[in-house]
Design a protein around this ligand. Structure first.
Ligand code: TIU
Length: 220
């Protein structure tokens, strides 16, 4: 059952059965005050615009019976899976430090968890990833292959970091990625613009850019 997403730089054909919604790192640590995003010096209110459109796409995907996957960036409590070089980013150690929402970017802590608005339900895989890309040192590719997934609708934060890295990783593995522009967020408006431009440039070099309304129209 082939359908079509309205997208840039051109329409993308997909089959809902071989399509998954992947929501990247919509964790308190990135979209609420007191977490990693803020510790790095960012204004987290800038990424919150992605929450409402993500909720709408997530509801439509669930209603349509589409595969839904959530990711979380974070580390083991003893930090053995955190490269020492990552600990110094931002000029100071933040990962593992105690913050208002528990130890920053540590699995099991309040800040590491997914925000209530987009909380996973039974049957939705949650991928814990130590890196920016969701394929690095995770079983995401295995899960997608086992379900014959070919197309990824990629939402989440941040557009230029974990969304972009994941889209590039996915593209190299043969997946077609489509990014609803209002469902991804950046702490930097100019990065939001250019990160999306980079994906769709050169005839969709990494993927397609669309809007939540087009995604919903195509999958409902
Ligand atoms: N700093 C920043 O923009 N992002 C991250 O560190 N991780 C994610 O994008 N999830």
């Amino acid at each position: 059952m082939t359908r079509t997403f309205n997208a840039d730089p051109f329409a993308l054909e997909f089959n809902p059965v071989t399509t998954a919604l992947v929501i990247i790192d919509m964790q308190r640590d990135f979209v609420e005050p007191g977490g990693f995003g803020e510790a790095l010096g960012n204004d987290v209110s800038l990424v919150r615009s992605a929450i409402a459109p993500c909720e709408k796409v997530l509801k439509t995907a669930r209603d349509a019976g589409m595969m839904v996957i959530h990711t979380r960036e974070g580390h083991r409590a003893d930090l053995t899976d955190c490269p020492p070089a990552k600990l110094t980013r931002g000029g100071k150690t933040f990962i593992g430090e105690k913050g208002p929402k528990g130890r920053i970017l540590i699995r099991g802590e309040e800040g590491h968890d997914i925000i209530p608005e987009l909380y996973p339900i039974a049957g939705e895989a949650v991928i814990d990833k130590p890196g920016k890309g969701a394929f690095y040192q995770t079983d995401l590719h295995l899960i997608l292959q086992n379900h014959s997934i070919k197309t990824l609708i990629v939402c989440g934060v941040t557009t230029e970091v974990c969304v972009n890295t994941t889209v590039r990783e996915a593209n190299d593995r043969g997946y077609e990625c489509i990014i609803p522009e209002d469902c991804v967020g950046s702490y930097f408006p100019e990065f939001q613009k250019y990160a999306l431009e980079m994906i769709k440039a050169q005839g969709a070099i990494f993927g397609w850019v669309s809007h939540s309304e087009h995604i919903i129209d195509a999958i409902k």
